[in-house]
Design a protein around this ligand. Sequence first.
Ligand SMILES: Nc1nc2c(c(=O)[nH]1)N=C([C@H](O)[C@@H](O)CO)CN2
Length: 118
Amino acid sequence: MDHVFIEGLELEAVIGIYDWERKIRQPLVFDLEMDFDNRVPAASDAIGDTLDYKAISDRIAQYVGQSQFGLVETLAERVAAIVIEEFGVSRVRLKLTKPSAIRGARGVGVRIERSRAA
Ligand SMILES: Nc1nc2c(c(=O)[nH]1)N=C([C@H](O)[C@@H](O)CO)CN2
């Protein structure tokens, strides 16, 4: 299976369970890998035949920027649902890293894989 990916998408959001976290915006990094048959756009050379990584990145940025969840689990789930439902992706692997959460750790977060219901 081919993929379209978005790696290291750096965004900011209100995210976290502690009182001090509700008052600031924190950096987040998104890595996505989406199943897609790239032979079709490769044959046509048409952006309309692709899974447009710019359109998906813009939509994720818009959603994450206004989000205010407590857990990274919740945000990861919502973003995966947007990718599947709005862009017709059959399967997405998503890693969400919160780089500034734990002193001494480069990052913490979640990695999920979701598929469109048959
Ligand atoms: N599995 C998770 N553990 C924790 C989360 C989370 O979202 N998922 N969040 C926090 C705090 O908000 C933390 O990021 C503050 O440093 C703690 N554990």
